[in-house]
Structure formats: C-alpha cells, structure tokens
Design a protein around this ligand. Sequence first.
Ligand code: BYC
Length: 323
Amino acid sequence: MVSPVTDDREEIALNEAFQAKVDAELKIEPKDWMPEGYRRTLIRQMSQHAHSEVVGMLPEGNWLTRAPSLKRKGVLMAKIQDEGGHGLYLYSAAETLGISRDEMYEQLHTGKAKYSSIFNYPTLNWADVGAIGWLVDGAAITNQIALCRCSYGPYARAMVKVCKEESFHQRQGYEIMMVMAEGTKEQKAMAQDALNRWWWPALMMFGPHDSESTHSTQNMKWKIKRTSNDELRQRFIDATVPQAEYLDLTIPDDKLKWNEEKQSYDWGEIDWDEFANVVAGNGLCNRERLQTRRDAHDGGKWVRDAALAYAEKRKKRAAKQAA
Ligand code: BYC
C-alpha cells in the first residue's frame, strides 16, 4: 500500500506538473490529470455559460412572432438558433469533465445553477432586440475573446466558433439600433429607452468587482480566466461609448467622462444591490424564465423517450443479427 506521505508527494508533484503545463500555454485535455478544484470550477463556469445561452434564447424569442418584417424575423431566428447551438457545444464540452447533461439540466431547473443575470430582464419593445444584440452580445464577445485562450482545450475551442457567431449577433443588433436611431422621433425614443434599460444590466454581466470576485485569483492562475472582471468591463465601456455617440444616443450615466490620462472612460457605479437581487432569483423575469425552461424540458420528454426506445430497438436488432 502507498503510504499517505507518498500520496501527498505524488499529489504535489502532479499539481506542479499541471501548473507547469498551464504556464507553458499547453492545453489541458479531458483525459489529462487535473486538480479536482480545476475540474469543479470549469464545470461550474461552463454549465452556467451553457445555461445562459439557452435561457438567453427566451427574451429574444418573445419577439419572433412580432418582428417588423420577414427579413428581421429570419435574421432573429438564425441568431436564436445559434444560441441554442452554443448551449449544446458548451454542454458537450462540460460533459468531458465527468458531469452528465441530465445533471446540468437538473441543476438549472431546480434553481441550483446560476445563469447570467442579464436574461432576467424583460424585452418590452423591438428596440430591445437591437439593444440585446449590440450590448449583451457585445459584452459577451468581450468576455469570450479572452476565453478562446482558456487553458481547457474543449472550452477554448468551442469559444472560437461561438465568438464568430456572436460577432454577427452584435452587428445585427447594432444595425437595428442604427435604423431606429435614424428613424422617426418615436423610433429614436424607443432606441434611447432600450439603451437606458439595458446599459447597467450589460455592465453587470462581467460579474462583481475584482476585489469581490470569489474565483478570479485562482482561475487566473489556472488560465481559465485571462482578464479580470473589471478590466473586461472597462474594455467594453471604452469600445461601446463611441458606438453610442455615432448613434446620437446617450449612455445613461452622468459620471461617464473621457479620462485623457488613463486613455479610457471614467464612469459611475453599478447598483450592486440590484445585481445581488437578480442573481438571488428575484429579478423581474427569473421565475418566468425558469418555468419556461422546465415546461420546454417536460414538453420534450416524448421526444427523448422515443429516441431512447428507437436506440434500444436498434441495439436489440443488431444483437440478433450478430447472434
Ligand atoms: N450573473 O467569482 P466571480 C450570451 C456569479 S450568454 C449571474 O467573479 P467567475 C448570450 C458567479 O457565477 C454568455 N451570476 O465568478 C446568449 C459566482 O457565483 P458562484 C454568458 C454571476 O466565474 C443569448 C459569483 O457571482 N457568458 O452571450 O470567476 C443571447 C462570483 O463571481 C454573474 C458567460 O457565461 C452574472 N452576471 O466570473 C445573447 C461567460 N457574474 O458560481 C447573448 C462565462 C458573476 O460561485 N463566464 N456571477 O455561485 C464567465 O466568464 C465568468 O463565469 C463570469 C464570472 C465573468 C461571468
């Protein structure tokens, strides 16, 4: 039997070899040894990310039947389907870490798993579809470009394709905003109203301030995260303010001001009580979103049952033929 001392030494050596591999920018693959904490935090983040994609289909889905033209409807449908696809890649990538899809769904449907706070806000008018593409997908790309270099191979590779699609999503949203901002007085007012409601929730997508972030320090060391929550948020603000200026829309932050010395914007403060409240399940749409997901899962049970019954039938037939 191996003595506990040897066990400890082995564990230390494995951890050192793992960190050396991460430091050398080599990818960690599913069958490689990894610290249990690395596996757990990746399952947490990747499943939350997958849930965000799937729940994120719902606010925009509300507008599919009310899109203003056939072209807009087709584009929106393609975008929402992309998001379903992103959820599926991410669930598959998370499965490589030893959790099943059923377990992940269970965590979502029972409210145990988190998903991005942003999807608990309502979409009140068509300009919200534009604001989601522009701001929500814009914030998502800012974060996900960094994730393309994540140390875990399957997550990093999934992010490359996801980012390409998010880039199309951001463009389609900005284009909707452009058309509305250049439209009638009422359309411009709708665009401004959507910006007013989505700006602060979009900034919350990057998570708590670095000083409050539970996972950042360790996850930066493991190169899961490459850039901190606050740095990414600042990057997003600096890129987005000129886009709002081009639209002749006003960012709803009276503290927003260019800082020549920093070469970036100073800005106000997020309402962290609102953030905590939404993450705790008490946002405007949390209950409705979860109920819709549960209903969709229950409604699809007959499809899963039929697929399993068919697979079982094929297995039996193959066994009979082989005998
Ligand atoms: N909402 O230690 P921290 C999309 C939680 S969808 C809710 O900084 P971490 C799209 C955090 O989970 C793309 N919870 O955490 C789809 C942690 O709680 P736990 C969504 C949040 O993980 C459809 C705690 O706060 N993108 O693009 O180092 C239509 C402490 O935080 C939030 C992703 O999922 C939040 N906003 O950093 C349109 C990106 N923020 O788990 C578009 C992948 C923080 O300890 N995820 N929390 O209970 C990440 O990059 C990171 O998980 C985060 C947070 C930057 C979000």
